[in-house]
Design a protein around this ligand. Sequence first.
Ligand code: SF4
Ligand code: SF4
Ligand code: FES
Length: 253
Amino acid sequence: MTEDVTFKIFRGEPDEDGDKCGEMVNYTVEMDEGMVVLDVIHRIQAEHAPDLSCRWNCKAGKCGSCSAEVNGKSRLMCMTRMEDVMEETPDGEPVLVKPMQAFPLVKDLVTDNSWAYEMNKKMVPINGPEKLDWEFNQNEANRIQEFRGCVECMLCVNSCHVLREHQKFDEFAGPRFFVRLAGLEMHPLDTENRIPEIKEDFGIGYCNITRCCTDVCPAGINITDNAIIPLKERVVTEYYDPIAMIGRKLGLR
Ligand code: SF4
Ligand code: SF4
Ligand code: FES
């Protein structure tokens, strides 16, 4: 069974000063059973707006490129079922689709996420082990396996008030990169100590554990509880635990 659906989509580009400049435009198309938001966008491109820009690759929730805001929520368009979207959209109202608001606009639904590539380069990769005859304990592997599921969609970054509202892109690594840092710090064979950078350069203190990042992660990573809080605990141990401080002074760590 088919029915019509109206999408109200942001169309625009940055002006000379880099400010977002555009308007919300309505498009109505037929919606088939089983469609996801990205299918509707493709139908709009095919039938009404071939110049509507959006980013996508896998259509399977794995490449992290189709991130957008659907009805104000940070979501992957390819994994968001129209059935669910219609349930939350008030009768007679269009479905709102906007680009991620935390990032600079390129065009329409496409944002410039190059900040993420620059931030990624600042992280020191795995250091070690020197000997290669190690055994990897399954429990240790399980702990960091969760973090490897990140598809780099940046939806967590888009939902984090430290970046979205306060624009602390120079001082705060953001949830996605605390996930990466946790994966590095908890790696059983890694010998690097990134705690000073996590405190100073990556600004973990700005995070006040609101869990908005965890709520939107399409990979189901428990960003706050499993990555950020353990990193915060390591910072506290390194800088504020009196016993650890005495141990360091005595050269025991
Ligand atoms: S828990 Fe921290 S990183 Fe996640 S959204 Fe809240 S402030 Fe940002
Ligand atoms: S942690 Fe989750 S929300 Fe953040 S970039 Fe990775 S997959 Fe996306
Ligand atoms: S198209 Fe790859 S995650 Fe949506």
